[in-house]
Design a protein around this ligand. Structure first.
Ligand SMILES: [Zn+2]
Ligand SMILES: [Zn+2]
Length: 354
C-alpha cells in the first residue's frame, strides 16, 4: 500500500510502498477513510533534530485519523469489521492514572507504551496510508450515526484540542464572558464553533487573513478582528473595557502571546495551544492581575466522544480541503503557506466505504 512517510528529520515527506500490516493479538487494522494534515507535522519535518524527541523516523505521518474497522486481531471483541471509527491518536501504556483518565498524551509509564510519548503518526505508523494498525481496541471510538470518517478525522485533533482547552476554562466562560480566539485555521475555526455550541460566551476571532476572518464569521464569531497595534484596544472597546475572559492562542508566536496578555481580563485565562514557539514573559505586573497562563495539548478519550457527538448533531463541522495520498506533499506546502481553508485532509484515493 502507499504511505506518506517521514524518513528522516529535516526532510520532506515521501510516498513509499509498504506492506499492509497484519494485526496481532489485541490489535485492530483500520481501513483509513481520512487523515488530517496537522501543523505540528510541519514542525516534525522542519524543526526537529535527532534526539529532540524520544522517537525518530521512519514512520508514516497522520495522527488525526478515522476510517472503518477492517480486521480484528486475536482476542478483540466489541468491534465489527466495516464499523466506522475515529482513532484516538496518543497511545500510552493503558494502565497508569493518566491513561485510565483517557489522557494517554500524558502517560506516566512511557517505557511501557508502544512508543514513548507518541502514537500513530508520531513515532509509529500513522494514517496517511490505506491502512492503519492500531495497537489496542481502546484507541477506537465508534462514530455516532450520521458522521462519516472524512468528517470525523479532523475532529480527533483539530476538534479535540480546542475542545479540551475550552473545557479547561469552562468556569470562566459564563454568559457574560468573552472568549478570544487567535488564529482561525484548522483548530481555531473549530474552536469558535465549540465555544458557540457549548457556552453562551461572546466570541472574538482574530486572524490576519480576510478569508479566515470570513470563516470565523460563518462559524459564529460575534466579532472578527485583524491583528495590529490597536488589537488589545479594540478588544477592550468591545468588552466595556474589561478584556477577554479567556484567550485561546492557536498560534503561539511572540506577537500573538503579547496580544493575548494585552487583551486578557483580570482573573482571565491565557491558554497557549499553538506551537509556534513564542515566549510570553510572566511576571507580577506583566500579565493582568490573577490571570492564569497555561498550555494545553490534545485531549482525552471521553472528550473525543463528546466532540463526535456535537458533530453528529450538526453543531460542529470541520471545514475541509481534500487531498489524495499522492498530493499529500502539496497539502503540507499549502498548510505551510497558510492557504488551506479549514483543515487539509488526505483521503486515500482508492479508499471506499465497505
Ligand atoms: Zn496535530
Ligand atoms: Zn500510561
Amino acid at each position: 500500500m502507499k504511505a506518506v512517510q517521514l524518513t528522516g528529520w529535516e526532510s520532506p515527506p515521501e510516498i513509499n510502498d509498504v506492506p499492509v500490516p497484519e494485526p496481532g493479538p489485541g490489535e485492530v487494522l483500520v481501513q483509513v477513510g481520512a487523515a488530517g494534515a496537522c501543523h505540528s507535522d510541519l514542525h516534525l519535518m522542519h524543526d526537529f533534530e535527532a534526539d529532540t524527541l524520544p522517537w525518530s523516523p521512519p514512520f508514516t505521518l497522520g495522527h488525526e485519523n478515522a476510517g472503518w474497522v477492517h480486521t480484528l486481531g486475536e482476542g478483540v471483541r466489541g468491534l465489527e469489521p466495516g464499523q466506522p471509527v475515529a482513532v484516538v491518536g496518543a497511545w500510552g501504556c493503558g494502565t497508569c492514572v493518566r491513561c485510565l483518565d483517557g489522557l494517554e498524551t500524558y502517560c506516566e509509564q512511557p517505557d511501557l507504551a508502544p512508543v514513548p510519548g507518541g502514537g500513530g503518526g508520531l513515532g509509529l505508523d500513522g494514517g496517511m496510508a490505506e491502512y492503519l494498525l492500531v495497537p489496542a481496541a481502546r484507541h477506537l471510538v465508534p462514530l455516532p450515526e450520521g458522521l462519516d470518517p472524512v468528517d470525523a478525522a479532523p475532529l480527533t485533533d483539530a476538534g479535540l484540542t480546542p475542545y479540551h482547552a475550552i473545557r479547561r476554562s469552562n468556569a470562566k466562560l459564563g454568559p457574560d464572558a468573552t472568549a478570544m480566539v487567535i488564529g482561525v485555521g484548522g483548530l481555531g475555526h473549530l474552536g469558535v464553533q465549540i465555544l458557540k455550541a457549548t457556552t453562551a460566551a461572546r466570541v472574538i476571532a482574530v486572524d490576519a487573513r480576510e478569508s479566515a476572518r470570513d470563516l470565523a464569521k460563518s462559524c459564529g464569531a460575534d466579532l472578527v478582528l485583524a491583528p495590529g497595534d490597536d488589537l488589545a484596544e479594540q478588544v477592550r472597546e468591545a468588552t466595556e473595557g474589561h478584556g477577554a475572559d479567556v484567550v485561546l492562542d492557536f498560534v503561539g508566536s511572540d506577537d500573538t502571546l503579547a496580544a493575548s496578555a494585552a487583551s486578557a481580563r483580570q482573573i482571565g485565562d491565557i491558554t497557549i495551544v499553538g506551537i509556534a514557539g513564542g515566549t510570553l514573559p510572566v511576571s507580577f505586573f506583566g500579565v493582568p492581575y490573577e490571570a492564569s497562563v497555561q498550555t494545553t495539548y490534545w485531549g482525552n478519550r471521553r472528550e473525543l466522544v463528546e466532540v463526535l457527538d456535537l458533530a453528529a448533531r450538526n453543531l460542529l463541522h470541520a471545514e475541509k480541503t481534500i487531498f489524495t495520498l499522492d498530493d499529500a506533499s502539496r497539502a503540507y506546502d499549502e498548510l505551510a503557506h497558510g492557504t488551506v481553508r479549514g483543515r487539509a485532509v488526505v483521503v486515500p484515493h482508492d479508499s471506499f466505504q465497505p
